[in-house]
Design a protein around this ligand. Structure first.
Ligand code: HEC
Ligand code: HEC
Length: 381
């Protein structure tokens, strides 16, 4: 038998076939100097006004790049460098953010991509400057102040000049743009997108799923649930680099989080994105990735749910209106009303069947397989 045939038979006999990738490549093709600079900047607290926080404070690599601090709001939002400002939204994990396409309107007129829950930063480069200048986050006054902090550090100065040329500091806007490019380059590395979860390893034929995980996987991809209408970019889930988000915007009826400051109440979502500014988009948020979701709670744009089980059970209310489905198991009280009921995406939410405890357990087992190898230790035993 020819070697090719043996390989072919081997490929057929182990695991599922892996289809073409759906996301852009994450390795930026070897600009190591830029990546190393981006890493140094990502962890540098001197880029905040009181030198108390870096990007990693709210996107902690030990917490799958999310904010695990309680912050007096049960970790629903982040504390700023001023020591008292509380943000209005939950800090998303930065893992797999590089798979989000630039903010755009597709051929069918749907908004897609963009960073932040409302897509207001087109891409990672544009996004990277904003937390540094946000008064409720790192609180720096302007680009000039940021560049002055960069110049305090001889290692940063050397790295900037080597990578961008000796004139890089002669123009503060250019230097600030270089800083943003470096942060984005770091965020595009495999460090943020390892594709080594048990699910990815299973796709490659390197790992097995338990019976419960396999049943959960089938359920997730079946018409009994409608998860893949929103949480899938490819068509089968077997594409490599699947982000488990179609990168579009939907209103799933998330209630307000009363624990958050007044400014968080009535969040317009996509309608507040300056490029959209359309009240018909109120309450829509970009579908989040489900990669690492088992270790990045609390959930939803406002962190209103502590447990992943609650985030899944929440969808039942749209399918069957009965006494049990009206109660938030975390509070024992009814779910609050949808913040923007008029724009609820009812058509997509009213497909599939309500999930009982057993099926939710299966989905939880499947979702846990989407945890990158380095974060598996965070899974609750
Ligand atoms: C004080 C906490 C805090 C700090 C510090 C912070 N972030 Fe964030 N980050 C957030 C929050 C909260 C959001 C969501 C905000 C929103 O959607 O309006 C976010 C969103 C993001 C996103 C968008 C992710 C997505 O899926 O849409 C990226 C990328 C990001 N931050 C990168 C950074 C970088 C790079 C730095 C450092 C320069 C940084 N962040 C510093 C809290 C923080
Ligand atoms: C109509 C589109 C749609 C469908 C169908 C859907 N989701 Fe979602 N999902 C979303 C959107 C949008 C969000 C974010 C909402 C927000 O932040 O307010 C979300 C959030 C989540 C979250 C929280 C993630 C996080 O990081 O905060 C989980 C978990 C989740 N969905 C799982 C599921 C599962 C499991 C199914 C199937 C039973 C499902 N979703 C069906 C659109 C959908």
């Amino acid at each position: 038998m020819s070697r090719l045939l043996v390989l072919l038979l081997l490929a057929l006999s182990i695991g599922p076939c892996v289809a073409a990738p759906v996301g852009p490549p994450t390795a930026p093709g070897g600009d190591q100097a830029l990546i190393d600079l981006g890493r140094a900047l990502f962890f540098d607290r001197n880029l905040s006004r009181n030198r108390s926080q870096s990007c990693a404070s709210c996107h902690d690599p030990a917490r799958a790049f999310s904010d695990g601090r309680e912050n007096g709001v049960r970790a629903a939002a982040s504390l700023g460098d001023d020591g008292h400002s509380i943000g209005t939204r939950n800090a998303p994990s930065l893992a797999y953010a590089s798979l989000v396409p630039p903010f755009q309107r597709d051929a069918e007129g749907h908004w897609r991509g963009g960073l932040f829950h409302d897509g207001r930063a087109s891409d990672l480069v544009e996004q990277a400057g904003q937390p540094i200048l946000n008064p409720a986050e790192m609180g720096m006054a302007d680009a000039a102040a940021v560049v002055a902090r960069v110049r305090e550090n001889p290692a940063h100065v050397r790295a900037f000049e080597t990578r961008f040329g000796p004139a890089v500091f002669s123009n503060e806007q250019a230097a600030f743009a270089a800083l943003r490019a470096a942060l984005a380059a770091f965020e595009r590395t495999p460090e943020f997108a390892a594709f080594d979860s048990r699910y990815d390893r299973w796709l490659r034929g390197e790992a097995r799923l338990t019976d419960a995980e396999e049943e959960g996987r089938r359920l997730f991809f079946s018409t009994l649930t409608n998860c893949t209408a929103c949480h899938l970019a490819g068509s089968t889930g077997r594409e490599t680099r699947e982000p488990f988000s179609n990168q579009r915007y939907f209103n799933i009826g998330v209630p307000a989080n009363p624990a958050l400051p007044a400014a968080a109440q009535g969040d317009p979502g996509l309608a507040g994105n300056p490029l959209v500014a359309d009240p018909a988009q109120a309450g829509r948020y970009r579908v989040p990735t489900l990669r690492n979701v088992a270790v990045t709670g609390p959930y939803m744009h406002n962190g209103v749910f502590r447990d992943l089980r609650t985030a899944i059970f929440f969808y039942n209310q749209h399918l069957v209106d009965n006494a049990a489905n009206r109660i938030n198991p975390e509070t024992g009280a009814p779910w609050g009303p949808a913040e923007h009921p008029a724009t609820l995406d009812a058509t997509e939410l009213r497909q599939g069947q309500p999930l009982g405890e057993e099926r939710i357990d299966l989905l939880l087992a499947f979702l846990a397989t989407l945890t990158d190898a380095r974060f598996e230790a965070l899974l609750k035993k």
